[in-house]
Design a protein around this ligand. Structure first.
Ligand SMILES: Nc1ncnc2c1ncn2[C@@H]1O[C@H](COP(=O)(O)OP(=O)(O)OP(=O)(O)O)[C@@H](O)[C@H]1O
Ligand SMILES: [Mg+2]
Length: 331
């Protein structure tokens, strides 16, 4: 929890790796070192950025965020560095850029991997010199910002492929923080579920049935904490006093299947459906493979490893069960 300047940040975790990461990060928050946040969508990069800002001596000054993937290249330079009156057709007045607006505070550049080459060169110049030039301007303006950047992809790899300037990479790297996906910190799930229940239903006591919690712990959460947050938001309105397994969204129910009920389903197939041993085993194997793929966030190489199967055997099984659509991690 961080409560500087009246704003409260709730960074909920009980996971050992996360706590260690935060303890190490705390040694850098008060410094001027740039921070690069690395993690999948919804893991909390923006929350971390605000946490760092509020823990620093800049907390009383602006925290300014810009997603570099949300703007066309033509607008990006004027958004970051501002422009002088008349510098282009629609520039009827002068405008401060975010570097100027964030002065004294923190500038959070989200999706830094998406920044076009031309802007990368300009960014590097600003970070080296501490001065910006507005678009159409000739006068250097000194800026004082702490930079926090975020990326979902491996910037070092982009740099090695020539798609990101290496010198800019090392300039923004400062202290790199790799935030683990939710599926790698399952112990955080019950805590986060309760945290969001309290958030969305502060005056209504809502409990969670153990089957529902178990199912949520088995889900792969590709959208990480954002996905969990929205699921809990819906659940508190759906459930009266207790969130039950049947309240969960279908994808979570299907992956997890109600604990203890898989053997009942197999018995049902044997007795009611009159399926033979071979068909029941195939059905179980298909479910197991689907589960492993989902648990590995769609990464089939990882799923094969997890099951102890060679890539070729795993591929054959995917084809046999009609599960061989493209790998989500490489598409
Ligand atoms: N440890 C946490 N405790 C409580 N809430 C969290 C935590 N981590 C993330 N959240 C919440 O989850 C949601 C997603 O977090 P955030 O926007 O910071 O993710 P992100 O990594 O920036 O995602 P994206 O890459 O899609 O921009 C937000 O509502 C945030 O408040
Ligand atoms: Mg974000």
């Amino acid at each position: 929890m961080n409560e500087n300047s009246g704003r409260t940040i709730s960074l909920v975790t009980s996971n050992r790796e996360m706590k260690q990461l935060l303890a190490e990060l705390d040694r850098f928050t008060a410094t001027e070192v740039p921070v690069l946040l690395i993690g999948e969508t919804g893991v909390g990069k923006e929350l971390f950025a605000e946490y760092i800002h509020l823990s620093s001596h800049r907390s009383g000054r602006p925290f300014v965020r810009l997603s570099l993937s949300s703007l066309p290249e033509s607008l990006l330079a004027s958004e970051l560095f501002g422009h002088e009156k008349g510098s282009f057709t629609s520039a009827s007045t002068e405008k401060k850029g975010l570097f100027e607006i964030a002065s004294g505070g923190t500038l959070f550049l989200d999706d830094i991997d998406d920044v076009p080459m031309e802007i990368q060169t300009k960014l590097l110049r600003v970070l080296e010199s501490g001065e910006i030039f507005r678009v159409g301007g000739i006068r250097p303006i000194a800026v004082d910002v702490r930079l926090i950047s975020a990326t979902k992809v491996d910037l070092k790899l982009l740099a090695s492929e020539g798609k990101f300037r290496s010198d800019l990479y090392y300039r923004i790297l400062g202290y790199p923080v790799k935030i683990p996906p939710l599926r790698d910190r399952l112990d955080d799930i019950p805590l986060l579920v309760r945290h969001f229940i309290r958030h969305y239903a502060p005056s209504k006591p809502v409990s969670v049935h153990p089957d529902a919690m178990k199912a949520m712990e088995l889900h792969a959460w590709p959208g990480n904490i954002r996905e969990l947050r929205h699921v809990v938001q819906r659940l508190v309105y759906l459930a009266e006093e207790e969130i039950l397994f049947q309240h969960l969204p279908e994808d979570i129910r299907l992956t997890a299947d109600k604990p203890g009920s898989q053997s009942d389903l197999c018995l049902n197939c044997l007795i009611e459906e009159k399926m033979n041993h071979e068909d029941i085993m195939a059905c179980l194997e298909k479910k197991l493979i689907e589960f492993a793929v989902k648990e590995s966030g769609g990464n089939k190489t990882q799923a094969a490893k997890r099951l102890g199967l060679s890539p070729s055997t795993f591929r054959d099984k995917l084809t046999r069960y009609g599960l061989s659509e493209p790998d989500q991690t490489t598409s």
